[in-house]
Design a protein around this ligand. Sequence first.
Ligand code: ADP
Ligand code: GN1
Ligand code: MG
Length: 364
Amino acid sequence: MEEMNLLERAKAAEGQFLSGDLEEIRPYGSGHINDTFLVRKDKRYILQRMNRNIFTDPQGVMENILGVTNFLREKIKKAGGDVERGTLTVIPTKAGESLHWDSQGDCWRMYHFIEDAISYDRVESEQDFYESAVAFGNFQQMLADYPAETLHETIPGFHDTKARYEVFLKAVEEDVCGRAKEVAKEIAFFQERKEIAAVLGDMLAAGELPLRVTHNDTKLNNIMMDAKTGKGICVIDLDTVMPGLAVHDFGDSIRFGASTGDEDEPDLSKVNCDLHLFQLYTEGFLKGCRGSLTETERGMLPMGAKVMTYECGMRFLTDYLQGDTYFKTHREGQNLDRCRTQMKLVADMEANWEEMARIVAQCL
Ligand code: ADP
Ligand code: GN1
Ligand code: MG
């Protein structure tokens, strides 16, 4: 029912942006946050209802996205690249706004659909993963001279792992769904490793890691790969572009893409951190960053992977404890399965810690 209503509302919202006959509109993609629709008229478009529970300042999010995409478009133009496919293009409403607010207080936005490109939910070929790394590294490199002070902090403390640990403890304590008892092992896992939560934040505070303009949500399905050449052509899902740590961007890609199983795979025997994929991603990311990372950042790449996996697992568990209100779920226990895959990956990284450091050293 809600789905049906939402589709009707998407149809109404679409008309605020585009004229002409609607040929097709349907839910699209597998993001965990926004409601995404494919719209077909003269061309194809992406229509999204932004998640208002998560993004409390949608206007600020759009200002960030317009700022970043306009900046990238200029760079791509100067380099003789494809401006249509190299960055997201925001389509304004007929009234010239970047958002349409509907009568229920929800907001909608529209982008050009990036054609002849694919976003992968899992690594299908090693080469793709390598190319995604080059493109994410390049994205960060291109934004190195972006005026960071003009960016809104769209989700405060997004990768403040220490603060997230406190939120997790509170969720355990409050236990609003009475689920804490059945996940005692999972809770203990994150508590036993609580020092992981402090490492990178402490280094940032001590000035050992620089704040950069980063993407902060660099999973594989947030990049469009050219269907013909296999190159990473466009980084999407720019809602969380904010000042952050380069090693977080690196680490989030590893957490998702270097896993041999899906993020919500219930059979943990299928889930491992593949060190060969880790190596390929490291090579690609360093190439894309073109020497812009400091020695300390390069040395902390494995830590970035461990921290982001730990943090994401803890976020999934927190959401499970709080009644699955943050990440979209499509079945019972999905957030718990997601949490367990992240735990398995963290344990795997711990077991291969020296090897990961060796791989990074070898890539330099
Ligand atoms: P969420 O924040 O919910 O993850 P995304 O912005 O990542 O939402 O969009 C969800 C999915 O929709 C993406 O993973 C991608 O497959 C697809 N998508 C988003 N924007 C575009 C676009 N401009 N062109 C083509 N596909 C897109
Ligand atoms: C969410 O929006 P999406 O699906 O690309 C989340 C990320 C998590 C990821 C886990 C704004 O990403 O932080 O790492 O799920 N995005 C937000 O798959 O919270
Ligand atoms: Mg996404």
